[in-house]
Design a protein around this ligand. Structure first.
Ligand code: RNT
Ligand code: ZN
Length: 419
């Protein structure tokens, strides 16, 4: 028996003493898909034009580590490398700006034909696709407004873009036999005091209704709307705030997307999940790590992520929580950033799946609050790492720290050759 097998056998026994079935936890983990965001590979640049770069829109990738993907072939090679280093089943979350455009194509003219290559590639990888409209980094977003603009022509343009994106998402969902989640986030807002907040939001409401006028079967695609607190250059006013989209999602039967970086720093997204799920059966999460602001740092196995994972796992039998990642660090090896963040998210899920929930709940319901606290603390020291390594081995990906050297080797062989 290898060290990993022996350690797992002991861990299995150990967890069983706490009433936890490690094999069941691993089955559940293997079945929980994480939608990997495409934009860590190229700093949210997209491939609409050669050398496209993220511009404006209140999101910002910082750093200039060498080796970012310069075209779709390079991005796919990077995603394949990432997929080879993470256990479990996954999806890829594409932005509209990552289409295969033979020549520059305006955003209101894109279509499923520009994503056929992606659909084929995803099928070959055994993964499904999710989709996002791209309502930023564009001259028609330069004044800070898209769907909430006071200019009817600007709104029309972006509504047409979202129509195209929903059609693309529908085509993806049909091809893959699993609904494609189409997420809408807009940067709309203003740097300084804005008098007519009501007017901009009224336009946004009307634009969204126009965006979603056409119904698609839920087996093909589902719409999500993502709120935000503020962005760089939109510090004073953000039209698509939490309250706005909370009302919108509930009244229009859309999925609400909670991004972990889009709230006041002391708010807990983990706590929002069981609140929101009193009113809805489904939601989308953007797992991210804000530091002081919506900085989109690489996700780690930290308290907010662990806390969120517990809420996800607790609801896995009666609610649908779609898990997508949203971080982009341009200051370190981008493949390493991906793998670190994906594995951390899965580790958080695994820790939650291995939590002695039955006992914790019994203590809670008996009013044994000291016992509850003490058991929570004790559970932190259970041999979770042994279960994780076994999972990696079972899934045919490197356990422990072995993958770090693999990323370094890929950097030498592939990334370092990109100028
Ligand atoms: C921006 C939102 C949004 C983007 C991606 C690229 O603040 O979080 O989800 O990060 O669409
Ligand atoms: Zn997000």
């Amino acid at each position: 028996m290898s060290r990993i097998d022996r350690a797992y056998a002991l861990a299995q026994e150990h967890y069983a003493e706490y009433g936890v079935d490690t094999a069941a936890a691993l089955d559940a983990l293997a079945a929980y898909p994480i939608s990997i965001h495409c934009w860590q590979a190229d700093d949210v640049g997209g491939f609409e034009r050669p050398g496209a770069a993220l511009g404006g829109g209140g999101i910002q990738a910082t750093g200039n580590y060498p080796g970012k993907a310069r075209n779709i072939a390079e991005a796919r090679s990077d995603y394949e490398k990432v997929l080879s280093l993470v256990p479990g089943s996954h999806r890829l979350n594409l932005h509209a700006s990552y289409g295969e455009f033979p020549q520059f194509t305006e955003r209101d003219a894109i279509g499923p034909e520009h994503f056929e290559g992606w659909i084929e590639w995803a099928q070959a990888q055994g993964i499904a696709l999710d989709f996002n409209c791209t309502c930023f980094s564009h001259p028609k977003a330069d004044d800070g407004y898209t769907l909430a603009s006071k200019d009817a022509a600007i709104r029309e343009f972006w509504i047409a873009h979202v129509h195209r994106c929903r059609e693309i998402a529908g085509a993806m969902g049909r091809a893959q036999g699993s609904p494609c989640i189409h997420n809408l986030w807009i940067p709309d807002g203003a740097k300084d005091i804005t008098v007519d907040r009501f007017g901009h939001r009224a336009h946004l409401l009307e634009s969204l209704d126009a965006c979603f006028a056409q119904d698609y079967p839920v087996t093909e695609m589902k719409d999500a709307v993502e709120s935000k607190l503020f962005g760089i250059g939109a510090e004073w006013f953000t039209a698509g705030s939490h309250e706005f989209y909370l009302g919108y999602a509930l009244s229009r039967n859309k999925l609400l997307c909670f991004d972990m970086g889009h709230y006041h720093p002391t708010e807990s997204v983990a706590d929002k999940v069981p609140a929101y799920l009193q009113f809805a059966d489904e939601l989308l999460l953007h797992v991210s790590r804000p530091i002081r602001w919506d900085s989109d740092h690489v996700v780690l196995l930290d308290d907010p992520t662990r806390d969120l994972a517990h809420e996800i796992v607790r609801r896995r039998h009666d609610k649908q929580i779609h898990l997508a990642l949203d971080f982009f660090d341009a200051a370190i090896n981008r493949i390493g950033a991906y793998v670190t963040g994906i594995r951390a998210t899965q580790q958080a899920l695994l820790q939650a799946l291995l939590s002695p929930e039955v006992r914790l709940l019994a203590h809670e319901e008996a009013g044994e609050n000291f016992e509850r606290l003490a058991l929570l603390e004790t559970a932190k020291a259970l041999p979770f790492g042994a279960v994780w390594d076994y999972f990696c081995q079972q899934q045919g990906v490197p356990p422990g720290a072995q993958w770090i050297a693999d990323v370094r080797a890929y950097e030498h062989a592939v990334l370092a050759k990109r100028s």
